[in-house]
Design a protein around this ligand. Structure first.
Ligand SMILES: C[S@@+](CC[C@H](N)C(=O)[O-])C[C@H]1O[C@@H](n2cnc3c(N)ncnc32)[C@H](O)[C@@H]1O
Length: 256
């Protein structure tokens, strides 16, 4: 199975960081202290789509609500949760960033995940404000968003030089109507956006520094290449010298 392996490589840095943040959050006892064993966390996956991440988090023992405006995505989420045996721990709710507080309640949530969403919403600042509103004090935010510099670099080295120039000239880093991603961010932009929404940025990682610039054939054909790539991605994820080449930026922040 080649594609699941590639997808696991792409998500490994994020999942490991998120898992560590969940464990750290579990070991704090605010605002709802519970005795050991560590309590399950209330997690909201805003724009969680078909629930690939939500199911994995539920498998760690947490309660996850996926809020998404796509009925099709939520139907897939339901199937995925059933197939994975976590139906009782994952709930899909039709909604969006604007209705988040109505759907899950203010100050009700330990962790909000917002992955691949700031690129597509009308107002990224409003989506982050909505996340802040539903989090408890010191609750955790996980943001994953496309990085502008890596997209421009990727288009250029793939030979799409006009796209690279167009994306360079566009403040949102999009190369126009053929670009599937409407908006991308610089590291500074994303960190500022998160901070301005009332969060303290704790960690920033570069995700897919090499994976998307490397031919899939190398990973599939060379023995040991997938493991080496995983090791490389993990080794450079927090290294600023490599971060601008990362397709995505992962930010972990705490509600101030
Ligand atoms: C690129 S997908 C990301 C899905 C998932 N979070 C992931 O990382 O694979 C973007 C998701 O955002 C959802 N979305 C679009 N507009 C939204 C909004 N205003 N509020 C919340 N989610 C939105 C889409 O339905 C879609 O599921």
């Amino acid at each position: 199975m080649v594609e699941p392996r590639r997808s696991a490589i792409r998500s490994a840095v994020v999942f490991e960081a998120l898992q560590a943040a969940l464990e750290a959050r579990q070991s704090t006892h605010e605002p709802d202290p519970q005795p050991a064993p560590a309590r399950s966390l209330r997690v909201v996956d805003l724009g969680g789509g078909t629930g690939g991440l939500a199911v994995r988090i539920a498998q760690l023992g947490h309660e996850v609500v996926v809020v998404d405006p796509s009925p099709d995505a939520l139907a897939s989420l339901e199937n995925r949760a059933a197939q994975s045996g976590v139906t009782g721990s994952v709930r899909g709710v039709l909604g969006d960033a604007a209705t988040l507080h109505e759907v899950v309640g203010e100050h009700s949530t330990d962790v909000v995940i917002c992955h691949g969403v700031l690129e597509v919403v009308d107002e990224p600042a409003e989506a982050l404000a909505a996340a802040a509103a539903v989090l408890v004090d010191h609750g955790c935010l996980s943001v994953l968003a496309a990085q502008r510099s890596a997209a421009i670099f990727g288009r250029a080295i793939a030979g799409h030089l006009d796209d690279a120039l167009a994306a360079l000239a566009d403040p949102d880093g999009s190369w126009g109507s053929t670009d599937p991603v409407p908006r991308r961010f610089s590291r500074q932009q994303l960190a500022s956006l998160v901070a301005e929404a009332g969060f303290t940025v704790a960690e920033v990682r570069g995700v897919r520094v090499f994976a998307d610039h490397l031919s899939g054939a190398v990973v599939d054909a060379e023995p040991g290449a997938a493991d080496a790539l995983l090791e490389l991605e993990a080794a450079v994820a927090t290294d600023l010298d490599f971060m601008s080449m990362a397709t995505q930026l992962h930010v972990l922040a705490t509600r101030s």
